[in-house]
Ligand binder design. Structure first.
Ligand code: PRP
Ligand code: ZN
Length: 296
């Protein structure tokens, strides 16, 4: 590995992961100045720079030591690892909780789906040939994989393939191309990837600092502040219903000896069903608020 004194993080230049990736790093306290060609962003307040690239190039950039970290879809990592024969030169450091999508096989809207066997001798266009190949083998299907570098969704219309295997997020791309999702091959989300071995120079310390801040941001992102009022007699029932068994703070309400006010930080989102159960137990005036920062 070439020694470097600045940490370099690869993020998607454009596409679904680009903005949320930069937003997350900003929330970890990093500030960047964009260069004129917008491919490199210099870290202004820490020795951490960004490289803006195509997402499919990110695993290779980390494996080659050009970048130390990268924000990339888990499916892209998996494809790179299968392409390298399962060799683990990079690793997933954190799941980031955004960019959720699935790698799916999609067929023309007017076709029926009767299971994997109908794919026999069909041409399937994809940018993920290794994952598709792996899935076809596991399902014992002999189909033809047409590897493309992009615009997979128009292949059936162009006649270069019969169906496709591509990422689906909202499903809008499929609908716009008269395709429908037939079967999910894998679920994916954005992850922070890094080299299998942590660098031993200053970058290792920077990486550790960044991971600690990232954990702070990720933990808080899941947290919700719950506020409610309830009859004192219902307190035990309501405390049992609090998601994740947090430790609540209970205060009395001036002039209402039979009522209490409760506040607690829940470690996950509070669902409508949970709120409704608490309401049935006697809670009222329930508020669920996002938590921005937490210092324990
Ligand atoms: C994926 C996929 C589709 C789109 C699907 O592209 O190739 O084009 O997202 O999203 P939708 O279901 O919300 O319409 P990606 O963001 O990975 O960009 P890339 O193919 O250029 O890498
Ligand atoms: Zn891509």
């Amino acid at each position: 590995m070439i020694p470097r004194d600045r940490l370099r993080i690869a993020v998607q230049k454009s596409g679904r992961l680009g903005d949320p990736s930069r937003d997350l790093l900003t929330r970890c306290g990093l500030r960047f100045r964009s260069s004129r060609d917008k491919l490199f962003c210099f870290g202004e307040n820490m020795a951490v720079d960004l490289l803006l690239v195509r997402d499919d190039d990110i695993p290779g950039l980390i494996a080659d030591g050009v970048c130390d970290l990268g924000v990339v879809g888990r499916n892209v990592m998996q494809e790179a690892s299968l392409a390298a024969g399962g060799e683990a030169s990079i690793q997933e450091l954190r799941a980031l909780g955004f960019g959720g999508c699935r790698l799916s096989i999609a067929i023309p809207q007017d076709q029926e789906w009767n299971g994997p066997q109908q794919l026999a001798s069909q041409r399937i266009a994809t940018t993920y040939p290794h994952q598709l190949g792996d899935w076809l083998r596991r399902n014992d299907v002999d189909a033809q994989i047409v590897t493309l570098s992009g615009s997979v969704e128009i292949a059936p219309k162009l006649g270069t393939a019969d169906l496709i295997c591509d990422l689906v997020s909202s499903g809008a791309t499929l609908v716009a191309n008269q395709l429908r999702e037939a079967v999910v091959i894998m679920q994916s989300e954005a992850v922070l990837a890094g080299a299998a071995e942590t660098p031993l120079d200053e970058r290792g310390d920077l990486m550790e600092l960044l991971l600690r801040r990232l954990d702070g941001v990720l933990n808080v992102r899941e947290s919700r502040l719950l506020l409610l009022q309830a009859p004192r007699a219902a307190l035990d029932t309501i405390v049992d219903l609090l998601p994740g068994q947090p430790i609540p703070t209970i205060t009395t309400i001036e002039g209402q000896p039979e009522a209490i006010s409760l506040q607690c930080v829940c470690s996950g989102n509070v669902s409508w069903q949970e709120l409704e159960a608490m309401k049935r137990a006697g809670a009222q005036g329930m508020l669920v608020l996002p938590v921005e920062k937490m210092l324990a």
